[in-house]
Design a protein around this ligand. Structure first.
Ligand SMILES: CCOC(=O)Cn1cc(-c2ncnc(N)c2C#N)cn1
Length: 310
């Protein structure tokens, strides 16, 4: 179980920890030098309501990393060769006939060796369905991120068209700020803003179709991109995992009569619901009961099975 602090990894220097992931640079990287590669390590930590919870979810880091790697591969190929370039680097080098693994044994399976990119400060959120913060805004203003929507929509409804709703990436640990597309143009320039939007919508449409073919709804997701050394806008971060996306069971959505029934999700909704019923949001959150931990782990594992079973 890796809800522990970031591991010491031979050959790597820990430089930053988010709520659930840890970032490393090669140990020989000078303080003022830009690394060519990074190691992004997913822990078993789970967060909700801006708190890292205890205990972690066993195998969460491996399950979500495996799903990210599967999606990177799905998106890189197919579609008539119009693959989506991603930041993954080769995780081994050949020395003669032997493959030398570059990812330390201690984190193998839950780490990604990636090319260091010039990251764009935009969270590229795509919403195919109305829920979460989008539903909350819609109820009071009839809009989502300022975009007007038809009247009469309910929590969990499919949107007329997938919506691109960018957010400005706040400094590490602070909340991202929803912005208009026009504001994103001011931040990254018109060409890059349009490319971020178009790539995000294309990836969402392809991923939603892949999920639908497997009995799943991709309700919403978020992407991050950066420019590589050749100036190619490249898909980075994690992609289409339960931490960055909402997935629902398509049959439950179709037949359910209440939002909870319709949005039978494959993410940490079980944790959120339990906390909402057992914590007043004051002080530190309670320790999660083992039954909640195991059910959450099973949802992560079930999502991976449903998507990747050939
Ligand atoms: C603690 C975990 O935080 C993150 O992974 C967010 N983050 C990503 C980068 C990044 N920076 C340059 N190149 C990349 N390929 C990436 C990626 N992914 C930096 N922070």
């Amino acid at each position: 179980m890796t809800s522990a602090p970031p591991a010491d990894l031979a050959g790597w220097r820990h430089v930053y920890s988010g709520k659930v992931r840890d970032l490393y640079v090669p140990a020989d990287t000078a303080d003022d030098a830009a690394p060519t590669h990074l190691l992004v390590v997913a822990s078993d930590r789970v967060s909700a309501f801006d708190h890292v919870l205890s205990p972690g979810i066993p195998d969460k880091g491996v399950l979500l990393t495996t799903l990210s790697l599967w999606w990177f591969d799905q998106l890189a190929g197919g579609d008539g060769g119009r693959g989506i370039p991603n930041h993954l680097a080769a995780d081994h080098v050949l020395a003669g006939d032997d493959a030398v693994e570059l990812i330390p044994d201690a984190v193998r399976g839950r780490a990604m060796l990636v090319r260091s990119l010039d990251m764009q400060p935009i969270e590229c959120v795509v919403r195919g369905y109305l829920t979460g913060s989008g539903w909350a805004e819609y109820r009071t203003a009839g809009t989502v991120c300022g975009i007007p929507l038809p009247e009469g929509l309910n929590d969990g409804d499919r949107l007329p068209e997938p919506l691109y709703t960018p957010a400005f990436k706040a400094p590490m640990g602070e909340h991202d700020e929803n912005i208009t597309f026009e504001r994103s143009v001011e931040i990254v320039g018109a060409e890059t803003a349009a490319a971020l939007r178009d790539l995000s919508l294309e990836i969402y449409r392809r991923a939603a179709a892949t999920a639908e073919a497997r009995g799943l709804i991709l309700a919403d997701t978020k992407f991050e991109f950066g420019f590589d050394a050749q100036g190619v806008l490249t898909l980075a971060d994690e992609v289409l995992t339960s931490d960055s996306s909402r997935y629902w069971d398509a049959e439950s959505w179709r037949t359910g009569t209440t939002p909870a029934e319709r949005m039978a999700s494959f993410d940490k909704q079980i944790v959120r619901d339990w906390l909402a019923a057992n914590w007043d949001k004051q002080g530190e959150p309670p320790v999660l009961p083992s039954e909640i931990v195991e059910r959450t782990r099973e949802r992560y594992a079930e999502l991976l099975r449903l998507l990747t079973a050939s």
